[in-house]
Design a binder for this molecule. Structure first.
Ligand code: HEM
Length: 390
């Protein structure tokens, strides 16, 4: 595969990290849109013409009339003023507008980098795939919104979880590709703790999806005590009727309890990971993941006892992204040749692939752009690993 010169990797990586930041902002604005009950204020999906907000008073009135036709208006917001309608409209419009902006901020530099041959074909195709996935995410968003326009007064929690789930996949893929550029992985290089790091990252993802069900059912506004729920560890209302799988995703008590349980499991797993990694080059990253999980758990408890006010709901969501990003960073480190060879004396036991083991500090600083020479040759401290994979 053609190697990409370092100079270009840096520009491309910076651009991708900026897109990650925009995606994180998009997810948080999405959370604000939901927490302010604004998500159903635009009842149409016009990917191109919808970019412009209503510009005249007549336009605003027309949008408001459309909103008045859905059950949410009749059952929740009857008699709402135009000024109040504008407020919820701006949130939803802002969320959609940011999505369009991210599309452009991704596509235009992608074309530029491809035309100036600053990314190779393989990377270009991967990024194009992500662009298409981003378009699908927009369609998924509309599918979610449409679930709240006819019979319900809110969106389906299943579709909300799918929308968040795909957003996280995009976020993760973008971070992963950017990390590959700043710190290339060597094929076959694996820290012995890599499988645990991967399991932890999957656990964080699953916990976030459980959180989406809490958010989707507004279950953060009930059972506002901790550690017990209505005086019991396992809430009495866990099952709505006869026990069934659907309760796991449809009972407010169950989704909140499962999310609590997931947090305890994650806390224990992150702690175990930190202890297991303490004398290896993964130590600093494992400590970071644990600190983020612990902070997030505290924030979660605070959010629930305060009955999910806007600021705490948003802080909890934003911190979840940081936890996820940190867990990805840990996994990436566990597959990166540089981190492998940074450990003192010898590569960690169980590591596959034979790496040179330089002497030096236990956790040598991980400098960016150190994995590729200007000609794209493997770094000098990797003896048998293949060239950086992208
Ligand atoms: C430690 C790992 C945790 C992670 C990664 C996590 C992640 C998340 C995520 C992603 C959401 C969905 C946000 C949204 O879509 O708007 C959420 C919602 C929520 N989480 Fe957590 N959470 C964690 C721990 C906790 C704990 C320990 C509690 C409480 C005991 C908690 C309480 C809540 C509540 C109440 C919501 C609903 C907030 C809303 O309606 O906006 N979380 N969580």
């Amino acid at each position: 595969m053609t190697a990409v010169p370092v100079k270009n990797d840096r520009a491309v990586a910076l651009w991708l990290f900026a897109i990650c930041a925009l995606l994180a902002l998009m997810i948080v604005v999405g959370g604000a849109t939901r927490l302010t009950d604004s998500g159903l204020s635009i009842v149409e999906w016009r990917p191109v013409t919808g970019a412009a907000p209503p510009l005249s008073e007549a336009d605003w009135r027309a949008e408001f009339e459309k909103y008045k036709t859905i059950p949410e208006y009749a059952q929740v917001n009857l008699g709402m003023s135009l000024a109040d309608f504008k407020e919820i409209y701006w949130w939803e419009w802002g969320h959609r507008f940011l999505g369009r902006l991210i599309g452009l901020a991704f596509l235009l530099p992608l074309i530029y980098f491809a035309m100036t041959r600053r990314i190779d074909r393989a990377l270009g195709l991967r990024l194009l795939g992500l662009f298409i996935l981003g378009g699908l995410q927009g369609a998924l968003g509309w599918w979610m919104v449409s679930s709240g326009l006819s019979e319900r007064i809110d969106v389906s929690q299943y579709r909300l979880a799918a929308h968040l789930g795909l957003a996280l996949v995009l976020f993760a893929a973008m971070i992963w590709i950017a990390l590959d550029l700043v710190s290339p992985r060597a094929r076959g290089a694996r820290h012995r703790l890599a499988p645990y790091a991967i399991a932890l990252m999957i656990g964080v993802y699953a916990q976030m999806i459980l959180g989406a069900f809490v958010a989707g059912l507004r279950a953060g506004r009930v059972y506002n005590t901790w550690p017990l729920m209505e005086g019991r560890f396992v809430p009495e209302a866990y099952f709505i009727g006869a026990p069934g799988v659907s309760d796991l995703f449809e009972s407010m008590a169950a989704v909140q309890f499962n999310h609590r349980l997931g947090a305890y499991a994650l806390f224990a797993a992150a702690l175990a990971m930190m202890i297991a990694a303490r004398k290896t080059a993964l130590g600093p990253r494992a400590r970071m993941v644990f600190a983020c999980v612990a902070l997030q758990a505290l924030l979660g408890v605070w959010t629930v006892v305060a009955a999910t006010p806007l600021a705490l709901g948003l802080a909890h969501q934003a911190t979840a992204l940081i936890v996820f990003g940190a867990s990805l960073y840990l996994v990436h480190g566990s597959m990166s040749s540089i981190e492998m060879t940074a450990s003192s004396g010898a590569a960690p036991a169980g590591a596959r692939g034979s790496m040179a083991a330089p002497t030096g500090s236990e956790s040598a600083p991980m400098t960016p752009f150190h994995g590729t020479s200007r000609t794209g040759a493997p770094p000098p401290d990797v003896t048998t690993a293949s060239a950086p994979s992208r």
